[in-house]
Design a protein around this ligand. Structure first.
Ligand code: NM2
Ligand code: OGA
Ligand code: ZN
Length: 340
């Protein structure tokens, strides 16, 4: 109705307190278009709803829109990709059908690979600018992942890194991560991905109690260096109001002193140990090599990443950057025509 919403941008023009407290329906009927018309009193206000709108907004279905929830995802494990990993070619990144298939992979599977990305420094930021926005952090707009002397982060060594999500010590976390491979001639240094939602659902299947402990225990993560002190207090597994998994945060290197009530400490460690054992199961890991020109983009609230240790001989150079799901999903929604 024109008096309720701005005709151009659709934004609501009134506040809930402008509605009468004793609102009631005088009449409800279907008009000649099949739309449902409701006459509200005491304002004598006529609202018109399409049947589709009413159905998709029905309270009782408890079927919220929620593009972050496990319900909207295809959970996967090691043997799910026998036909190959989801990928697009850099050459076609400007095409809307390529963007659509890449972003659908991101929403359903949690990642995709771009092949043939020019091995040019800073290219990772160009890739982001085509589909979303860069999330700058204390690590810079982009960060170099290669071996450093006196690194402030173990990522900048040749050590293997266990499965983790990045920056759980930051609130809000960057929800998307990109890693672009510029050089890869070391032995080792393979990439590993694990579906964190799958791992959390296995934990739930094996122990409801441990799952409940991790979804309800808030723990501290922390990162410090000479210029930085980042802290968060969050659960390792986050649920929505429908008890569906919506986010995992896990980085063993950055868990601060555990601060949960004394009587919950033992059950917390039992659940934490179980969770980390599930995450490390081989049957959940996909392992592959990022070669020069490959870039992987993943949902950092769902997909955990890891790498195997690598030799000091040869070179390994990745450039990484963060972005956010909101911008990418906004593009996906518009490509799917949902903003109409
Ligand atoms: N780097 C690569 O979240 C982390 O601390 C993992 C992040 C340093 C930006 C490494
Ligand atoms: C990172 C990271 C993995 C790799 O930079 O956050 O986990 O393959 N790197 O080096
Ligand atoms: Zn990482």
């Amino acid at each position: 109705m024109p008096e309720s919403r701005n005709e151009n941008n659709g934004q609501r023009l009134f506040s809930v307190k402008d509605l009468p407290v004793d609102v009631s329906i005088e009449e409800a009927y279907m008009d000649e278009n099949g739309d449902v018309c409701i006459l509200f009193q005491p304002e004598n206000h006529l609202s018109v709803f399409t049947q589709d709108w009413l159905l998709s907004n029905c309270y009782d279905l408890n079927d919220h829109f929620e593009d972050r929830s496990e319900k909207q995802k295809k959970l996967w494990q090691k043997n799910s990709f026998e036909a190959g990993l989801p990928f697009i070619n850099y050459d076609s990144i400007d095409k809307s059908d390529t963007q659509l298939s890449a972003l659908r992979s991101l929403r359903e599977i949690g990642f995709f690979v771009i092949k043939g990305v020019p091995s040019v420094e800073g290219q990772v930021l160009k890739v982001i600018s085509k589909i979303g926005y860069t999330r700058e952090t204390n690590y810079g707009a982009l960060f170099e992942v290669r071996t450093e002397v006196n690194p402030n982060n173990l990522a900048y060594t040749n050590l293997g890194l266990g499965s983790h999500t990045d920056n759980p010590y930051r609130d809000p976390v960057p929800t998307v991560q990109l890693l672009h491979c510029l050089e890869s001639s070391t032995e080792g240094g393979d990439s590993i991905l694990v579906d964190g939602f799958k791992a959390a659902s296995i934990l739930r299947d094996e122990s409801k109690e441990n799952f409940l402990t991790l979804t309800s225990s808030w723990i501290n993560y922390r990162f410090t260096d000479s210029k930085t002190d980042l802290r968060s207090r969050v659960p390792m597994i986050e649920l929505n109001d429908n008890n569906e998994i919506i986010k995992v945060r896990y980085n063993n290197r950055s868990i601060d002193t555990i601060k949960v009530p004394k009587d919950k400490m033992r059950s917390f460690y039992k659940a934490y140990r179980h969770w980390s054992e599930v995450i490390e199961r081989d049957e959940l890991k996909i392992q592959f090599r990022l070669s020069e020109g490959d870039l992987m983009l993943f949902d950092n609230t769902r997909v955990m990443h890891a790498r195997t240790k690598f030799s000091k001989t040869g070179k390994r150079h990745l450039q990484g950057a963060y972005s956010d799901l909101d911008g990418l999903y906004s593009l996906l929604n518009t490509l799917e025509g949902k903003n109409k």
